[in-house]
Design a protein around this ligand. Sequence first.
Ligand SMILES: NC(=O)c1ccc[n+]([C@@H]2O[C@H](COP(=O)([O-])OP(=O)(O)OC[C@H]3O[C@@H](n4cnc5c(N)ncnc54)[C@H](OP(=O)(O)O)[C@@H]3O)[C@@H](O)[C@H]2O)c1
Length: 328
Amino acid sequence: MKAVQIVELSGPREALRVTDVPEPKAEHPATPGRGVVVEVKAAGVSFPELLQTRGQYQVKPELPFVPGSEVGGVVRSAPDGAGVKAGDRVAAFCMLGGWAEVAVAPEFFAFKLPDELDFAQGAGLVLNYHTAYFSLTTRGRLARGETVLVHGAAGGVGTATLQIARGLGARTIAVVSSEEKERVAREAGAEEVLRSDGPWKDQAKELSGGGVDVVVDPVGGDRFTDSLRSLREGGRVVVVGFTGGSIPEVRVNRLLLNNTEVIGAGWGAYVMSKPDVNREIGQAIDRLTAEGSIRPVVGARFPLEAAADALELLEGRGATGKVVLEVS
Ligand SMILES: NC(=O)c1ccc[n+]([C@@H]2O[C@H](COP(=O)([O-])OP(=O)(O)OC[C@H]3O[C@@H](n4cnc5c(N)ncnc54)[C@H](OP(=O)(O)O)[C@@H]3O)[C@@H](O)[C@H]2O)c1
């Protein structure tokens, strides 16, 4: 089958090779002897793959390997007792191996793709939307009527967080860096959009009548202290990622003075050993999709052979929504 491999750790342009490899067996390392085999129609592109081309991601498979954490496609085979069967359209999180014509996912990470969504949207459903739901609810304890501020709001996690927050009855404030991203954030459900290079902290406090309840932060870096300052009493900053490049440090006296919290949200590590939690999140995502709240934003599509271009778009801060490789 055709696939893209990472063959060396020299960054997106040099590290990737389009090649022919044997099809995978019907088993996944997370579920030895069992696995859902998917004929891949579209594969998601995300930050971990960019880091993997430089050996900077926490998971460091032996070279060469096929990257690609998630796909939209059609089930070729599934073990007895799996929630999906041959012929089903699915959104599947395979962790690795997605940038190929055939991929394998653990059954607890293979979800029937709602009729409302196409394969490219399916390739952007699991990582971003499950993370967003987990960050807002399980970790952020979001309540209906609360105000959520979302950094990197036009990105993959950002657009997912806006859609889910709206679907859960929250008010939404987006922070973005450009006019084009402002448009994307509004389409994803932002009621207010602020610029990351402007006085967003003061504007957010004013718009929310004294401070926001939850900040979802996939960006990190310098803006973190202002995120804490933008909270109302009892507010929570949920730490999701560090696309801004640096990992912020917190002076914890700020938390004490204002009775606020900083909460980590590591979706993959949390749900990996909890099939029931995955099913519950999957059901919530289905419900929000049926209600019309969830519609993954596919900002760019590339052929599989142009995976390097897709990674460079992410790296150059040019991506909006989900970047997708069209496989077949
Ligand atoms: N914790 C978890 O479980 C979990 C799960 C999934 C993803 N993540 C992490 O979440 C982060 C966001 O992922 P994503 O897929 O949403 O990425 P994305 O689509 O590329 O969006 C990231 C946003 O970060 C902002 N940004 C600020 N400085 C940047 C820089 N120097 N380079 C690139 N972007 C920059 C950009 O928004 P502006 O230009 O508007 O500032 C961009 O839209 C990643 O670090 C990812 O690893 C974590």
